[in-house]
Every structure is written in C-alpha cells, then in structure tokens.
Design a protein around this ligand. Structure first.
Ligand code: NAP
Length: 271
C-alpha cells in the first residue's frame, strides 16, 4: 500500500498541490498517493484525525486551517512557532509534527530561482496576515539591511513587528512616501480581489524586484503597478508554491526534488 498524503482546506478543489506532489513522486520514484481533502470549516481536527487514523502519513494545510493545524500539532518546528501557523503535518507513530515551509519556499524562490539576494537589501513586506507572518523569520535570517512591514490596519502590523522582537519596522502605506526598496513582496490578499495596496509612487529602487505571492496568468494589479513604476523585475508566487511543496516533500520523504521541471510544467499548464 503506498504512503498516503493529502492537502486539507476549504475550499481545496483549486489546489495545485496534488499535481506538484505527483510530479515530485514520479521524479524521485517514491511510492505515494496525494489527494485533496475538503474539511468542513468547523471540523478540521476531526477530518485530520480521521485521515491519520486510516494510515495517512502527512498533510499540507491550506486556508483557513493553518492556525488550527498549529494547535493540532504536538511537536512544532521553530519556524512554525514563529509563524504561529502550520502548513505541513507529518504523522509518525503517535507523534504529530508541525512545520511551516512557506517562508523557506519564498526565500528559496527569491535567492535560487530569481537570483535576488535578500542579504543587505532594503525589503518591504506588504500585509500583516498569515502569509506575512509566515515569511518574516526566514526573511530576517537572510539579514536584510532593513525589513519594513506596511499594512492597511496599522495596529496589526505593529503587533506583528513586536512579536518578532523589534527586528523589523511597522508602518502605514502613507509613511512609505519618499522611501525606496530593493525588494517589495506583496503578502496581502488584495490581488485576489483585483485591488492594489495603496502604495505611494517611487517605492521601487533602481534594480528592484516586485514579488506578488498571488499567481495567475496575467499581471496582478500590484505587478501592473510595479511595471508602470519601472521595477526592474517582476515575479508571481508560483515559484514559492512549488518551493514550499518541495520543503514539505523533504520533511516527509527525506529528499528534496528538483523543482525546475515542475515549475516549468505548471507555468505551461497555466499559460
Ligand atoms: P489574510 O490572513 O487574510 O491577510 C490578508 C492581508 O491582506 C491583511 O494584511 C489585509 O490587510 C491585506 N489586504 C487585503 N485586502 C487589501 C487591500 N485591498 N489593500 C491593502 N491590504 C489588503 O491572508 P493571508 O493568509 O496572509 O494570504 C495573503 C495572500 O498570500 C493570499 O492571496 C494567498 O493566496 C497568498 N499566499 C500565497 C502562497 C504561495 O505559496 N504563493 C502562500 C501563502 C499565501 P488588513 O489587515 O488591513 O485587513
């Protein structure tokens, strides 16, 4: 019987994770299955427990359950603790191990795939929700010259910055006027609603990379704005998605697949 894995969420029908993990399994010759698991919004724990009881070896966790998965895991990685969210569960005997691979996925995509060093650069992170929280520790570990967090609701950004012990600065969008950054990461959900965070003009330094965690076929409003503002390079979050999946695969199977052909496959499928 192959080892069983799944992505759990609500909704989950849109998830590309089954396609990604099937490609990883083929490439590495691992005998496993990977399905979509739709959990009722009030029944994450029951659905995850039932999957574990029928022999499931691990889960990827997507919206809206990353906080519940954090509470469900008995053992937590340091990065999951910092994120207060879990996107990867591993079941081993009676133990449930929780990790968060989103930040590592982003950093891997930036540094390895896009050739954009974070070390010594001025970094602006937009948003103060779960996605932003998940990437702060891995970004800080790269030792940027500055990490500035901007959010529509200032109090949320301030609380988040405090919880990381002051390693980053929190502010409003208006306070960004006159400042420039080498890397601007959009971790808001604004693009999903076809909206643009209220960025002042001039935030992209010469040579800057604009990165939107949301992915799709067309420029998001943020990427279109960045293009108009003269950002030197643009990237969407498909690379982050594939790299966070590779980190999960590593946790489960002990080997990291080659992500380049899988990213190419997905780009081709979404073109
Ligand atoms: P969330 O917890 O709901 O947070 C949403 C954030 O977006 C909040 O900071 C919110 O600001 C801000 N926001 C929403 N609409 C806005 C607007 N029109 N203008 C300015 N700010 C706005 O969501 P999340 O879990 O952090 O996810 C954020 C995005 O990241 C999602 O689109 C998700 O798809 C993406 N994501 C991608 C990957 C990947 O692998 N590529 C991984 C994780 C997440 P307020 O606090 O003021 O409400």
């Amino acid at each position: 019987m192959p080892d069983q894995y799944a992505v759990i969420g609500n909704p989950v029908a849109h998830s590309k994770s089954p396609q990604i993990h099937a490609a990883f399994a083929r490439q590495t010759g691992q005998d496993l299955t990977y399905e979509r698991l739709l959990a009722p919004t009030h029944a994450f724990m029951e659905t995850a427990s039932a999957f574990r009881a029928r022999g499931g070896r691990g889960l990827n966790v997507t919206l809206p359950f990353k906080g519940e998965a954090f509470r469900f895991a008995g053992l937590l990685s340091e990065r999951a603790r910092a994120a207060q969210a879990v996107n990867t569960l591993k079941f081993e005997g009676n133990a449930t191990y929780g990790d968060n691979t989103d930040g590592a996925g982003l950093v891997y995509d930036l540094v390895r795939n896009l050739g954009c060093a974070v070390a010594g650069r001025r970094v602006l992170l937009l948003g103060a929700g779960g996605a932003a929280r998940g990437v702060i520790k891995p970004l800080l570990e790269q030792q940027p010259a500055q990490l500035v967090l901007a959010n529509r609701t200032l109090g949320k950004a301030q609380l988040l910055a405090q919880s990381f012990g002051g390693g980053l600065e929190a502010g409003t969008y208006a306070a960004l006027a006159g400042r420039q950054f080498d890397l601007v990461v959009n971790a808001t959900s604004a693009s999903l609603a076809g909206e643009l965070p209220p960025l002042p003009p001039g935030v992209f330094a010469p040579g800057a990379l604009a990165y939107d965690m949301v992915y799709g076929t067309d420029d998001t409003p943020f990427l279109a704005f960045a293009r108009g503002e003269g950002a030197a390079a643009l990237a969407d979050g498909l690379g982050m998605l594939v790299e966070q999946a590779a980190e999960s695969f590593l946790i489960w199977r002990g080997l990291r697949p080659d992500t380049a052909p899988v990213l190419k496959l997905l780009r081709h499928a979404t073109a």
